[in-house]
Design a protein around this ligand. Structure first.
Ligand SMILES: [Zn+2]
Ligand SMILES: [Zn+2]
Length: 392
């Protein structure tokens, strides 16, 4: 769950890796449209680029690995028939079909990564593997949401029943009073609405119901924790829990060949969005720890990210990303000299270029301010309508 200036931004949101905003820079590789051909990046690991239309991202990499039982997919793209078609076409080009998919691994709970998991579960009975903390952005805070669909709902009776319930819930959500007035915010800092409002979450679910057989909310069939080993594609993969971008982010490490499937945790030229709206108090601190951990995998020679091309300097890239956030923390310290006590929005304006201003930038600013507050550097004043931060 994350949100941006355009709502579709949200679920995978990523931001620039640096502060410069030149207009003549080449298109970052993560922003390029998907390649048409399936490429074998290392022996036995195919890269399928699937289309996505999220601001700042042109494609998502789905990695396919064959073994005697069929094929495993890591991060099967956005929900919806467009992606299903693209996936089917690409698999077909290498002699595979959707029904060959026996396992789907989802690196984290953003729709461009988990999207087709439900469909694949329906079509082929695929196992759906996630980290133990996996939540979909639709129900970020409730795991026991009785509104969740099981995948495999095909009965029209059941679908109609759920659609009725969903309408009732949308109506109920609309009538729920908001905290600060009509356009109000549910953000902890008093900024503009950042998460999908509950009513919109429900609308999204209604859309899913109308999609009938294409219901895509994945229910993991297997949840793993750090250091669990998965045998997939004739390799042993070690699950590496890397919270920060999301609480459930998972990387997969093959120690034999030095391969890391890095999801959104470490991307080649952009940095993943760090949301202040997560379930933990210091997502940025967790992200730093998860980045530091990358240095310990010094046998890694190939990094396979969820967006952009493969690269090989995992530890160095992780430290670059950390450095980027350190610079942001410095910028906040400097901004506080001028602002004295500043709102999250004011700090955001000093941190981001104007074209990026919005709820997503506010959320990331909030994560940075909270990190400094928890480190004892900043203080938060909650007495007014909006949170205000000052530095000691
Ligand atoms: Zn993501
Ligand atoms: Zn992503």
């Amino acid at each position: 769950m994350s949100e941006g200036d355009a709502e579709s931004h949200s679920h995978g949101g990523h931001s620039h890796g640096g502060h410069s905003h030149g207009t003549t820079k080449p298109l970052r590789e993560e922003r390029r449209p998907p390649r048409d051909d399936v490429e074998e990046i290392v022996p036995g690991i195919l890269r399928i680029q699937l289309p996505i239309s999220l601001p700042g991202l042109g494609h998502v990499n789905c990695y396919a690995m064959e073994d005697a039982r069929g094929v495993t997919l890591v991060d099967p793209g956005l929900p919806g028939p467009r992606t299903t078609l693209a996936l089917r076409k690409q698999l077909k080009s290498v002699g595979l079909a959707l029904r060959d998919v026996h396992t789907v691994v989802v690196t984290h709970s953003h729709p461009d990564h988990f999207g087709q998991a439900g469909v694949l579960r329906q079509r082929s009975g695929a196992e759906v593997i996630t980290h133990r903390n996996f939540r979909t952005f639709l129900d970020p805070e409730s795991e026991d949401d009785d509104f969740d669909l099981d995948v495999g709902v095909t009965s029209s009776d059941r679908t109609a029943e759920l659609a009725d319930r969903s309408k009732a819930m949308v109506a109920a959500a609309r009538n729920t009073p908001q905290r600060h007035g009509p356009l109000s915010s549910q953000t902890p800092w008093g900024g503009s609405p950042y998460m999908l409002p509950r009513s919109r979450q429900l609308k999204y679910k209604v859309m899913q119901f109308t999609a009938g057989r294409l219901v895509a909310t994945p229910s993991p069939t297997k949840r793993v924790v750090d250091a669990d080993v998965l045998q997939l594609g004739n390799r042993d993969w070690v699950a590496v829990h890397t919270p920060g971008h999301t609480v459930d982010h998972l990387c997969l490490y093959d120690p034999n060949d030095g391969i890391m499937i890095s999801g959104d945790h470490v991307l080649p030229t952009i940095t993943p969005h760090i949301s202040g709206m997560g379930e933990t108090s210091d997502p940025l601190g967790e992200f730093f720890s998860s980045l530091d951990r990358m240095k310990t995998f010094d046998q890694v020679s190939t990094v396979l990210p969820a967006h952009g091309l493969e690269f090989n300097d995992l530890g160095a890239r992780a430290m670059d990303i950390k450095e980027h956030h350190f610079e942001r923390l410095d910028t906040l310290r400097e901004a506080s000299d001028e602002l004295g006590q500043g709102t999250v929005e004011q700090y955001m304006r000093s941190l981001f270029a104007e074209r990026s201003w919005g709820a997503m930038a506010e959320s990331e600013t909030y994560a940075h301010l909270e990190h400094l507050r928890l480190a004892g550097e900043a203080e938060a004043d909650e007495s007014g309508a909006e949170l205000r931060y000052s530095f000691g």
